[in-house]
Design a protein around this ligand. Sequence first.
Ligand code: MG
Length: 357
Amino acid sequence: MRIVDIKIEKLRINLKKPFKIAFAVQDYADNVIVKVVTDEGYFGLGEAAPFAPVTGETADGVVETLKLFKSCLIGMDPLNIEGIHTLMNRLIVGNTAAKAAIDIALYDIKGKILSQPLYKVLGGYDNKIQTDMTIGIDTPENMAMEAKQRVNDDGFRILKVKAGINPSEDIKALQLIRKAVGDDIRLRVDANQGYCVNDAIAVLKEFEKIGVEAVEQCLPYWNLDGSKLIREKVNLKVMLDETIHSPMDAAKACKIDAADILNIKLMKCGGLYNALKINAIAEANNVRCMVGCMLESKIAITAGASLVAAKKNITEADCDSFMYCSDPENGMKGGFEIDKDIFTLLDKPGLGIEFDF
Ligand code: MG
């Protein structure tokens, strides 16, 4: 089987309301979708969700990178995923969202050839995941109100609260949220690199009292030693996100015991191929994983959710971003069914998404 064409198209995703984190505010995302076409009638869908502050990529840059990949990948066997990643890495360093788009499409093709859903191709452990819902930064009062709505109206049982701009406001927000949602709701926090080591230790000790179970990326992405130090001083789980792009980053973090949980994102690591490696490294070091997302449509979200379901060591899912979109389906039927915070992956080949372009 040979790749005969790769279609590349930009996809604008508009959000219901602006989404604020420690270092950015977004009210839309410009993503890029691909369709990898083979000479035997199979095709695979993929998506790049570039986020410049994290992956260093823009949508225009992704389109150019994908054109470069297209010029070299035509004629290759789509099942030679190892060879295609090797070639992409030789052509250009980084550019992990563009690589993820190709990677997801290749795994979609693999599932279609095998006539198996992606979660079975990747490991097959389960077909369901429970996702959290993220609360963006706002006034503590507004955050508590939104948290209550998400729990009472939408049925979410795990909330991920954005923080990292103002430590005392963060503590106030978490106190009000806990009061608003009660003790049974699991809370985690994402500081998105916003704290220094001293602030992080002080704030996390307050979060402990509120029953926050885990805090993600307290420190700037480069401060791996600081993360180890924080982990020694607090009694909640320390997660790393922006620090962990590649399997090598995961190996370094595990080697010095810098994290309890690693947040894998397909856009940071270049797709499922490297995500599987990161999870294997983590599991061998007794570290658990979560799969998170950028502002992604159902194509990349289905790939991420399939990975969570497939793997026993990936115990947490933050696969909520498409639900902030004004049009969550974006014309893409399938992938999974949603019941409150549970996604059930469809037993359809590959991603199981009905969408063509
Ligand atoms: Mg994060």
